[in-house]
Design a protein around this ligand. Structure first.
Ligand code: BEZ
Length: 267
């Protein structure tokens, strides 16, 4: 997964993910600063994937538990970081004994199409005052790519409603409302564009589509997948690859929220 698979049920190619999409963890570095780990804290890395950010949080002195729904990712994480605990579980039903100081999540929550149960579960895991620090795809994330895929499908006579859109890219207000309803006070919030290069993808945007766009490929007529990817690339090229380097149109929602205490105040 990572996030990814934690909640979506999508199976991941851990090898390709590790080799070509390592930038996902690299972009998580700023999020670790926002987490501001204190030595000895117990921290969950929700949707840990192959565990790079779990290892960085552990290096900052925390006791880390990495959780991911994809067995292949968890196997890879255990192999790479044998001193860290990794659990294979879904984001809405992991079980941890004892209170947790912080839940961290990078580039995963947009795979959670029903966010309220996950937010509630994170709140249950945290001690009062514990923090939920996360970054996810937000409103208009990868919109150039998805619109190109829809258009390329339409050209193969596939309507939009035949695609099971796999992501939840919220506006900030919608997610703040969910967090507050789930027992959190939001203490930091930022929505921003993050143009994201695909420098380690030898087949450019097609690699991205193959890795993440399975639901679009599944909607293509039999044998039409390669045509779909090629047409989507053509449609995106002027905007996302004007000088021969693919740069995707990511937008991010980054937040820090604190679990409200029993008295209804942040403690
Ligand atoms: C993202 O990190 O924003 C993302 C990754 C894969 C698919 C869609 C969005």
């Amino acid at each position: 997964m990572t996030e990814e698979s934690a909640a979506s049920g999508q199976a991941w190619d851990a090898d390709l993910y590790d080799k070509s999409f390592g930038f996902i963890a690299e972009f998580g570095a700023g999020l670790i600063e926002l987490l501001a780990v204190q030595p000895g804290e117990r921290v969950i890395d929700l949707g840990c994937g192959v565990g790079q950010l779990s290892a960085e949080i552990a290096a900052a002195g925390a006791e880390v538990i990495g959780i991911d729904g994809d067995p292949e990712m968890i196997a890879r994480a255990r192999q790479k970081y044998p001193d860290i605990e990794f659990i294979c579980a879904q984001a809405e039903d992991f079980s941890i004994v004892g209170p947790i100081d912080a839940v961290f999540s990078n580039a995963v929550l947009h795979w959670v199409k029903e966010p309220a149960p996950v937010i509630a579960h994170v709140a249950r895991a945290l001690r009062p005052g514990g923090r939920f620090v996360a970054e996810m795809g937000a409103h208009r994330n990868v919109v150039t790519i998805t619109e190109a895929l829809y258009q390329a499908l339409a050209e193969q006579s596939v309507a939009r409603d035949q695609v099971d859109f796999p992501w939840y890219f919220p506006r900030t207000g919608a997610y703040v409302t969910l967090l507050e309803a789930g027992g959190f006070d939001v203490t930091h919030l930022r929505y921003f564009a993050r143009p994201t290069p695909l420098d380690n993808c030898p087949n450019g945007l097609s690699d991205w589509i193959r890795m993440f766009g399975g639901n679009f490929l599944a909607a293509a007529p039999a044998g039409g997948e390669a045509r779909l990817m090629a047409r989507a690339e053509d449609l995106c090229r002027a905007r996302l690859c004007p000088e021969g380097r693919w740069i995707t149109d990511y937008t991010r929602l980054r937040f820090r929220a604190e679990r409200v205490g029993e008295e209804g105040i942040c403690v």
